[in-house]
Ligand binder design. Structure first.
Ligand code: PLP
Length: 484
């Protein structure tokens, strides 16, 4: 029987039965978030969307946009690099926002907040300016976004070396004893940078923030990529004090895009060596005598004109999150994630085989709202993720598939070795993803579903209902069929 996109009657009956058995109770938060969704996110329902890509980008509340439009309408804002009245207006708004951000992260005492285009740009500043030389060393988890992985190129160009801490295949976590040994293993290196994500953008694991102190004690500077963590967790920089922290704001409150920040610990400000200067970053530069002085504060790393019209919208976004409360957001994301995992685990074929395999932690311990999995046929053959994404799109389901800019997790999940991977690179000057899949003779990639504070159980139900279309599917001989 051809596999149709509409769930058949049997699937619907099963779905309703599973729903009845759902053990997760509704919470007092339900009404609060239902009201918020109706008031500020009604476009989801109006457009028939099921949005499950919160790690990709959060959604903005409609009231944020209205407030920002009012802000823009009521005043005249000029380029901030001046003391004229319109320029000062912009400077005031930008600096108020910077202050609010430092306060939100409890970073006012110890950190400088540099506005960037996004988290990747914050990471690039660290990579470009960290003094990687022949004694330099970069150590990072195999679970990192490519914008962290890419820093290894700056390190290599400076003459330094890099190494990865492996991920455990069973739960995609890190073996702490291996990590501890690796942290101790480079006593002769001088400029050592250790980078890890506070939360994995793929497995959703929250890595331990206690590693910061541990690594500092062994002489490492620590770069914490907080991009996937801060949308649903409190990062208190008065308690945990990494040397550098990267953030993208649209991941926290959806609007505006194109803005992030880099927190630089004041003690490490002078360790970063900016290799050039640009407008706005210098206190003095001359042409006839080729020298310059860089600015002494955040200006040093803010090249050219800041996005001064959008930056004030960050304060509006932060206020929105503060009004809900980040702890309440954390609880809500945990609740919905618990429901998601519970419902995914229930999906079985009639022969008892799992329809879905979740990678990484299958419980709520130290994890955020990001879950990855693959769908399997009744004989355990993996269903192509790219087809699944197309079929999900037909149902207005926004989820992600592939390897999510984090190849380390994917390589671990599919047990790919360095030797296998190296064969691909030899003789190749350009590639495309499908070509890689064919070459590996194994399906790489997975499906990623991520929830946010505005997600609800109905979103998860719609996902489950969609996944039930794969129940009893068989991919024998490359053909797709379904046992009636
Ligand atoms: C953990 C993590 N780091 C870095 C990034 C890069 O963020 P951006 O694309 O906003 O620069 C992402 C984006 O998904 C991420 O999840």
């Amino acid at each position: 029987m051809p596999n149709s996109c509409e769930p058949n009657q049997l699937q619907m009956k099963l779905f309703k039965k599973l729903r009845k058995e759902a053990a997760v109770p509704t919470s007092s938060n339900d009404q609060f978030f239902a009201d918020l969704r109706e008031k500020d996110f009604s476009r989801l329902e109006k457009g028939g969307h099921t949005y499950l890509d919160f790690t990709g980008g959060n959604l903005y509340a409609e009231s944020q946009i209205e407030q920002h439009m009012n802000f823009l309408k009521k005043e005249v804002y000029g380029n901030p690099h001046s003391v004229n009245p319109t320029s000062m207006q912009s400077t005031r708004a930008v600096e108020e926002t910077r202050k609010a951000i430092l306060e939100y992260f409890r970073a006012t005492e110890d950190y400088i907040c540099v506005f960037t285009a996004n988290a990747s740009n914050a990471l690039k500043i660290v990579g470009e300016c960290y003094p990687f030389d022949q004694k330099g060393h970069f150590m990072l988890l195999s679970d990192n976004h490519n914008s962290v992985n890419g820093i290894r190129e700056f390190c290599l160009h400076g003459g330094g070396s890099f190494e990865y801490i492996p991920i455990r295949t069973d739960n995609l976590g890190i073996d702490e004893s291996t990590m501890n040994a690796m942290l101790k293993a480079q006593p002769e290196k001088k400029n050592k940078l250790f980078a890890f994500p506070a939360q994995s953008n793929v497995s959703g694991i929250k890595h331990s923030l206690d590693w910061i102190k541990k690594a500092n004690a062994e002489g490492w500077d620590v770069l914490l990529d907080a991009a996937a963590f801060v949308p649903s967790s409190r990062l208190d920089l008065s308690v945990y004090k990494p040397d550098f922290v990267s953030v993208s704001f649209y991941k926290i409150f959806g609007y505006p895009t194109g803005l992030g920040c880099l927190f630089i610990h004041k003690n490490k400000f002078h360790k970063l060596r900016k290799p050039w200067f640009a407008g706005g970053t210098v206190s003095l530069v001359t042409v006839k005598y080729p020298d310059y002085f860089l600015a002494e504060g955040h200006e040093r790393f803010e090249d050219g004109t800041l996005n001064y019209l959008d930056i004030p919208a960050l304060k509006i976004g932060l206020d929105y999150i503060k009004n809900i409360g980040i702890e309440r957001i954390s609880d809500r994301v945990s609740e919905i994630t618990a429901y998601l995992i519970q419902e995914l685990k229930k999906l079985k074929h009639s022969n008892g085989h799992d329809l879905v395999q979740i990678f990484g932690p299958k419980d709520l311990k130290k994890r955020g709202g990001t879950v990855i999995f693959n769908v399997f046929d009744q004989d355990g053959k993996v269903y192509p993720f790219y087809k699944l994404e197309e079929e999900a799109a037909e149902k207005m389901l926004s989820l992600r598939t592939g390897c999510f800019c984090n190849p380390g997790i994917d390589e671990t999940n599919h047990c790919l070795t360095a030797e296998e991977l190296s064969r691909y690179f030899i003789d190749k000057t350009e590639i495309n993803y499908m070509n890689v899949l064919q070459f590996m003779e194994t399906l790489r990639g997975a499906v990623r579903v991520s929830v946010g504070y505005i997600s609800n159980r109905e979103d998860i139900d719609k996902l489950i209902q969609f996944l039930l279309k794969y129940k009893d599917i068989s991919l024998k001989n490359g053909q797709e069929s379904q046992v009636a």
